[in-house]
Design a protein around this ligand. Structure first.
Ligand code: MN
Length: 304
């Protein structure tokens, strides 16, 4: 009898693991976010992961109660891309120069289009700060195509209840479809380029298959647990796995602890990138313009 699937003989069309990165040592963003920066423009990796520009992952970390209601990051600008903040535990308050503000609670996703420019601040939400507790979140930066870099800024607050959850076949687990599509279910977010963003939970020993667009850059962050891939590679809590481009399918198998993973997949944006900190444009002239506009106060006003 011949097994139809073994780790050493991946099925045709299954994507292989191209690289596996261990969790980088955490650093502080302001005084409220202890994050591991998995990739950003200053590392070669980002070239292979367009349209994604940066991933900061805040692994579970407990904060003591405080009377400091400014625990986090004060006013700072963004232009030319989008920030996607996903809260698993803990709550984050944000306010910006357009007068908008809100709270990102556990299960919520904030998809912010910085577009032509915004000033904002991100703090621990007041009651969360006073009581203290575990924060678990991530922030992903998504590039915008040239045609949308100077769009008016805006938000999509995708509350937990508005994000569709798909049950995997055979009771294997669940997929929250934040963006893109899985098993015919459309995600909650509007995106400017094709992106799949899935929050996946697999039960102990469960298997699941996913399919992504041909040529789309695809990577997986293991938030918790252990995972085996169709090509025999394995990953565990904190690992970041970049998949090759050959094939479309990704086969995942959780170990005895089950697994909680985020899957990022997107069509590359084939345009030049010029970046200076929180400004991501196509040319150096556009960066000089952004720095000038910021210096001249054209991003608006925002108090600490
Ligand atoms: Mn920000």
């Amino acid at each position: 009898m011949i097994a139809d699937r073994t780790p050493t003989l991946p099925r045709l069309g299954v994507r292989r693991v191209e690289a596996l990165y261990k969790a980088p040592r955490p650093h502080w963003v302001g005084d409220g976010f202890r994050v591991s920066g998995y990739f950003s423009r200053d590392r070669d990796l980002v070239r292979t992961l367009s349209p994604f520009l940066l991933l900061d992952y805040h692994a579970p970390f407990a904060y003591p109660p405080t009377q400091n209601l400014r625990r986090g990051v004060g006013p700072h600008p963004h232009r030319g891309f989008e920030t996607v903040s996903i809260a698993f535990e803990g709550s984050i308050a944000h306010h910006d120069s357009t007068g908008a503000g809100g709270i990102i609670r556990p299960g919520d996703v904030q998809w912010m289009t910085a577009g032509s420019g915004i000033l904002h601040k991100e703090y621990h939400e007041e009651s969360f700060a006073r009581e203290g507790g575990r924060m678990h979140m991530l922030q992903l930066w998504v590039n915008l195509p040239a045609a949308h870099k100077m769009d008016a800024p805006g938000y999509q607050l995708l509350e937990a209840g508005a994000i569709p959850t798909v049950a995997l076949a055979g009771g294997a687990g669940t997929v929250r479809v934040i963006a893109g599509e899985h098993a015919g279910v459309r995600g909650a977010a509007r995106t400017h380029t094709p992106i799949d963003l899935f929050d996946v939970r697999l039960g102990a020993g469960a298997c699941a298959d996913f399919a992504f667009g041909a040529g789309h850059n695809t990577a997986i962050l293991v938030l918790h647990g252990g995972l085996a891939f169709g090509d025999g590679h394995a990953a565990k809590t904190g690992d970041f796995v970049v998949l090759g481009h050959e094939g479309r399918e990704v086969a995942l198998e959780a170990d005895a602890d089950g697994a909680h993973v985020m899957i990022f997949s997107g069509e590359p944006i084939d345009e030049p990138i010029a970046q200076y900190g929180p400004f991501v444009m196509n040319t150096e002239a556009e960066i000089r313009q952004a720095v000038g506009d910021f210096g001249a106060g054209r991003f608006g006003e925002l108090e600490e």
